[in-house]
Ligand binder design. Sequence first.
Ligand code: FPP
Length: 260
Amino acid sequence: MWKKWFSRSEPGEHNNYDKINHEKLPRHIAIIMDGNGRWAQRKGLPRALGHRAGAEALRGIVKAAAEMGIQALTAYAFSTENWRRPADEVQLLMSLLADYLDNEINELHQNNVQIRFIGNIDGLAPGLQKKIEKAQAQTAHNTGLILNLAVNYGARAELLRAVKIIAEKAVHKELALQDINESIIEENLYTAGLPAPDLLIRPSGDYRISNFLLWQMAYTEFWFTDINWPDFKPVHLVQAVYEFQQRERRFGGIKNTKKR
Ligand code: FPP
């Protein structure tokens, strides 16, 4: 089992961890792991080392999220637009993913983590697809943290795919037009069955959504930090959750919903 971080630490060591309300945790946290390149550049290192350090940061955050009792963590590892990067960088990101699965899957499994992938997995190399299928099958019955990795993922492509699936059912009269509703759309997204993210974390000082979970994030709270992803530590996750808990979420309603 993973060693406990937060519960072993001195009070205050993890800043606001002792102030977190464990009854009101975000159920689902989404993370855009941005800033690997800038982290490397600032240290005079090749971008590849930034991505390696980014993969390391993810390892720490997965443990921290599991310990905190978060239900689902979705991390953006490779977008449908990332294919535009130089071939050697794409290759490196794919091999980091393969290494992550080779090296981490047993530990994730032992710690009851269920690993899932969202995105167009069919568009990946056959060897990587096999590792993904194996990892998903091995951990499918785990009941702890759901670790969702977005790979070859784009929200527009996800919505387009859902529209096509639904349209096909309509054409074949398996679904009537009047029965198409928000639930039907949700059921045909990669994230079917998961709660929508309550909190999005975007490090590295950019304030964009970058084609990530566009449908699902309609009412998500956003938390930004200038820290680059490789420097993102459990203490920052704690800070994001703490600040999330200070926010008032109205979902389009008003603060006091009691009848006046
Ligand atoms: C964005 O930083 C990051 C990515 C496109 C890749 C994220 C991948 C990892 C953290 C590692 C591999 C993942 C796993 C699951 C092992 P950037 O390169 O755009 O940074 P920059 O904007 O500073 O250049």
